[in-house]
Design a protein around this ligand. Structure first.
Ligand code: SAM
Length: 225
């Protein structure tokens, strides 16, 4: 079925000129926002699940309704697959989840910090169709402009970011390279299984879907945590 989601509209024409200074500042100064009360139950649930599970861990950040989390559970049957989203409205619409899946209502950044502090290292980390925040003044709201971005380094694992906004994906890659991590950007083949509802929606609207992949070496080096 053909639908008509609009392409991301932005006055930004290339990688944001303020990106290098912002990323370096976040590399040098650890994100210090205290844990919000609303995230505490999810962090406890992480502890309980990781105490019971000794195998690999896959994280599905900004998972929305958890469609991708359910699919990833099948792709990684030996892993604990944790989907995180801050919206209970979205999470309430989740599909049936295989036994190796866990959905959490929390801010992703708080979960990343908690996992880093626990020294948990990921097998894979998916960031699928994060909100684009398209205005140039929105840079610090994008995943790579957030002060918690350097924590992604320490989480390790095969990182994949997908978006229908090519510039977002490329900018994310530049932010990674500023922190010493190479990555590869490609168009998602149109016959690949759609991982999320947003992916399905954009595909049905004829958008090109962009994917960045980066094998993150598991390391705390070079970041303030
Ligand atoms: C564009 S939707 C994409 C959802 C899903 N990945 C998909 O592709 O269908 C972005 C999601 O990010 C969630 N989100 C935004 N900021 C967040 C944060 N800091 N922590 C957790 N979730 C967040 C929103 O609630 C929303 O579900």
């Amino acid at each position: 079925m053909q639908s008509s989601s609009r392409q991301v509209q932005s006055s930004q024409r290339g990688v944001h000129p303020g990106l290098p200074a912002l990323v370096r500042r976040h590399q040098q100064h650890a994100w210090q926002k205290p844990t919000q009360q609303v995230d505490v139950p999810a962090l406890r649930a992480v502890d309980t699940a990781l105490t019971a599970h000794e195998g690999p861990v896959v994280l599905d950040s900004y998972c929305g309704t958890g469609q991708s989390t359910a699919r990833l559970c099948k792709r990684y049957p030996d892993a604990l697959v944790i989907g995180v989203d801050k919206s209970s409205h979205r999470l309430d619409r989740h599909p049936a989840l295989p036994k190796n899946g866990l959905l959490l209502q929390a801010h992703c950044e708080a979960v990343w910090r908690h996992l880093v502090e626990r020294q948990t290292r990921l097998l894979a980390h998916k960031i699928l169709y994060p909100n684009p925040w398209p205005k140039p003044g929105h840079l610090s709201r994008r995943v790579h402009g957030h002060p918690a971005f350097p924590l992604l380094l320490a989480l390790g694992g095969d990182l994949e970011l997908r978006s229908n906004w090519q510039l977002y994906v490329e900018e994310f890659g530049v932010a990674l390279s500023l922190l010493g991590h190479p990555s590869r950007v490609a168009i998602v083949p149109s016959d690949d299984e759609a991982l999320t509802l947003f992916e399905e929606k954009y595909r049905n609207s004829g958008h090109e879907l962009w994917s960045l992949s980066a094998p993150m070496v598991s390391s705390r080096q070079g970041i303030a945590v």
